[in-house]
Design a protein around this ligand. Structure first.
Ligand SMILES: [Zn+2]
Length: 252
């Protein structure tokens, strides 16, 4: 069941490959030189799931980055970093959690509000088991605070900076879902890797209702909608591609 449920979605025009199980999206950003940066290696199976893609690269894995510290975005980082001997970058706010600051996380009730995304793709048992296992490995989302078994992060990602190794991509702060949420924006291809700030359901963008901070989420929403996003690659849900912008036919 696990093998058939693995989704590999190559988007060469965007320089990205999506590797997913159920609603859990991991993205490989390909650099012009044949190297790659991995975004949101969330499931413990990530290293195996990504193997065919990463071993086929002409170059190497330059970095692993995460859009926030939730377990389903960080649970596979340790194993992947070990295998590829590459640096890990987390949002700057996530680094404060590693030092003991307690993260705020949406309640179970908030999480239940994203059901339209959850039911829009067939359930994959491997993905669910991976989520459970990954929550014991790294990240937060439970009462246990932030767990980390990966290497000490090489740095914290802050608003406006270029992504290490792939300078066409920049960091956009996107708090609301969590305080540490960030997104990645490529203005040339008009692609937004939105993490959990924006999800998708039935082919439409959807600012997540699963939030810890309403004011921050509203600010993030306004800011992201200033970006002329033609390709939305969300943390959960299928990619959304639009002729104009993905905001035009978004779910409200
Ligand atoms: Zn999350």
């Amino acid at each position: 069941m696990r093998t058939v449920s693995l989704i590999v979605d190559a988007m060469p025009e965007l320089g990205i490959t999506r590797v997913s199980r159920w609603i859990f999206n991991c993205y490989v950003i390909h650099s012009g030189g044949g190297d790659a940066v991995v975004v949101d290696a969330g499931l413990p199976t990530a290293a195996d799931d990504l193997r065919p893609i990463l071993e086929g690269l002409p170059g190497r894995v330059l970095a692993i980055v995460a859009t926030h510290g939730h377990s389903d975005h960080a649970g596979g980082v340790a194993e992947l970093a070990k295998r590829h001997n590459c640096p890990v970058y987390l949002p700057a706010v996530t680094l404060t959690y590693l030092k003991g600051t307690r993260p705020r996380t949406p309640t179970l009730l908030d999480t239940a509000r994203i059901w339209p995304t959850l039911v829009s793709q067939p359930l994959d048992v491997g993905g669910v088991l991976g989520l459970v296992k990954g929550s014991r490995l790294a990240g937060f989302g439970t009462s246990g605070g932030m767990r980390w078994t990966g290497p000490p992060p090489a740095g914290g990602l802050v608003d406006g900076q270029q992504l290490p190794g792939v300078s066409a991509w920049s960091v956009v702060d996107a708090p609301g879902h969590t305080d540490d949420s960030i997104a990645f924006w490529n203005k040339t291809t008009r692609t937004l890797l939105s993490g959990d700030a924006v999800l998708s359901t039935r082919g439409r963008a959807w600012h997540t209702p699963e939030i810890v901070d309403t004011a921050a989420a509203n600010r993030t929403r306004s800011r992201l909608e200033q970006l002329p996003v033609a390709h939305l690659l969300p943390g959960h849900g299928r990619p959304v591609h639009a002729d104009t912008t993905v905001w035009q036919h978004q779910r409200h």
